[in-house]
Design a protein around this ligand. Sequence first.
Ligand code: SAH
Length: 231
Amino acid sequence: MMHIDIITIFPEMFQGPFSVSIIKRAIEKQHIAIQLHNLRDYATDRHKKVDDYAFAGGAGMVMLIEPVDRCISALKEKRQYDEIIYMSPDGLLLDQDLSNKLSLRKNLILLCGHYKGIDERIREHLITMEISIGNYVLSGGELAAAVLTDSIVRLIPGVLNDETSALSDSFQDGLVSPPSYTRPRSYKGWDVPEILLSGNESKIAAWKLDQSLSRTSIRRPEFFDKLKKNK
Ligand code: SAH
């Protein structure tokens, strides 16, 4: 079973995303164990301090190395980790390839920063990988860690009901998904494409591929160029 340990000063931020839908089911079915670790429990002083002013000034508090080190060390005593990941706006940009790779790992630690960030020595000495969920700045790493966890968990075999459904998602084959329709066939005169009602499986497959290709070329031209190169 895959193990994800998340280190955070706001464990309650994960309650929503992890207690519904696919992640909830994956936890119940024991495809994944997610443990939240409150960094404050590893603080050394009686005020449970986890951050301090930056040396040489500057706005914003910086998270202390000592509680982080103590927490990671305690976790490492229990199991071996494939990656110790810091969620960081300047990290490796998350994409489907990276989620696929991480979904094959056994044990991961995700460290969430907050405020101004974390003491650089944590990144230099304790972290093995840094991941960003996009080129924008969040208040903390918690939402980013929830996004990363979600994108990984749905790829673990057995998590999705229909085994093929992750495979047919956008990006999984380097293409975006074709459009989907459901009942009613006609709504306010807006009709479902006739071909999808034809029952002709090979024509439908060809139509879907054609839609995926044209959408990819318009919406993600950079993916399209990559596909052409790989051919
Ligand atoms: N001063 C930092 C930003 C700190 S934001 C800088 O300019 O790089 C506070 C925390 O939010 C960070 O420590 C990081 O853990 C998290 N964070 C913010 N934006 C993120 C993003 N796009 N992806 C992943 N984590 C992010």
